[in-house]
Design a protein around this ligand. Structure first.
Ligand code: NI
Length: 261
């Protein structure tokens, strides 16, 4: 089985110090490539350094997470400059989006929307896909994507309903959902419905490691080597052959990020 982890954070303090062994375990499980997603300007250096150290395995997705939307203009300018300076190493812009979970302050929400739109436009200018984080912000995320129409989208750790998904599928964009550990959780009714409803052709495998480990590792540090558990859960929900499904998902991951086998 060949596997791609389309969204993770090996730059995180829980993984970075032991990255060598995490990569070895991932490779043993069939993982051939992982995509570290940025969240802040401070995260960029480690992500790029990991790509320099493991050029055939660690790839870079750089962007500013909505939780940093209140930073000053200069912070964003510096971030965008760094993205442009490293364009030859970058596979996508992410993770960007909206997160209303911790605060619904109107000014903060407006700042998140502005920075999300700004980074979608940057991705369009640079002709890169985007990786989107959306939490408790289903309708606003959909509105912005509908208005901006980025070419290629991965809505990572998709948490919307089948109804929301249907709206995305109407748009003239190359749309994907990232499915990770949550699909293995016993009580995760909504994502199970989404996976049953949608074509496997829009699913990308991801971990969000070190977060959101699948059952039976729930609560532990997540690793790319756990992805077979996620593929198994998707296969059983969709009544598909696991090997065949994993092949489809692998090819989709490569294609999304423009990698060749
Ligand atoms: Ni993430």
């Amino acid at each position: 089985m060949k596997i791609i982890d389309t969204h993770c954070h090996y730059n995180d303090d829980q993984i970075y110090p032991i990255v060598e062994e995490v990569i070895q375990r991932a490779k043993s499980a069939g993982v051939t490539a992982i995509f570290n997603n940025g969240d802040s300007l401070e995260s960029f250096d480690r992500i790029l350094e990991l790509q320099d150290r493991y050029p055939d395995f660690c790839h870079s997705v750089l962007g500013i997470h909505p939780e940093h939307a209140n930073h000053e203009q200069s912070y964003f300018e510096e971030s965008y400059r760094k993205i442009k300076d490293n364009l030859d190493k970058i596979s996508a812009i992410g993770e960007i989006g909206l997160d209303y979970h911790y605060s619904k302050d109107p000014d903060y929400i407006q700042a998140q929307k502005n920075r999300f739109i700004e980074q979608i436009r940057l991705a369009k200018e640079l002709r890169l896909p985007i990786v989107v984080h959306s939490r408790d912000a289903d309708f606003d995320t959909l509105d912005i994507i509908r208005q901006e129409l980025p070419e290629k989208v991965d809505l990572h750790c998709f948490s919307g309903s089948v109804e929301i998904l249907k709206e995305y599928l109407k748009l003239p964009i190359d749309f994907h959902i990232g499915v990770g550990g949550v699909v293995t959780f016993k009580n995760a009714r909504v994502i199970k419905e989404v996976v049953q409803y949608c074509s496997e052709k829009i699913i990308l495998t991801e971990t969000d490691a070190p977060y959101l480990a699948p059952t039976p590792h729930r609560g532990e540090r997540n690793e790319s080597s756990f992805i077979p558990l996620i593929i198994e859960a998707i296969a059983s929900l969709k009544l598909l052959d696991k090997e065949e499904l994993s092949k489809t998902l692998y090819e989709q991951g490569l294609k999304f990020y423009g990698l060749s086998e």
